[in-house]
Design a protein. Structure first.
Length: 86
């Protein structure tokens, strides 16, 4: 007989879900900033200040935050599977 895990409800959040959501939001902000900073190249207008390019770096930061959330979720699932076996 195998033990079946309880069904997850829609309201329950895994340990890394919050980080993935925050990472996705930060990534989207960085992606929009990247589009905004590249637009003057195509429109022939003055480029934005350096701060706008720094905000574009949020794309990578968001990706790292989301990746950390995925790794945290994996670790929690492995712990849960290990405790179910013993």
């Amino acid at each position: 007989m195998t033990a079946t895990p309880p069904a997850a409800s829609a309201d329950s959040a895994a340990p890394g879900d919050g980080l993935v959501r925050v990472g996705a939001i930060v990534f989207i902000v960085g992606a929009v900033a990247t589009l905004v900073t590249v637009a003057p190249l195509f429109l022939g207008t003055e480029p934005f200040p350096t701060v706008a390019y720094a905000v574009s770096m949020l794309m990578g930061v968001g990706f790292l935050i989301a990746g950390a959330g995925v790794l945290r979720s994996i670790a929690a699932q492995r712990r849960q599977a290990g405790s179910a076996r013993s």
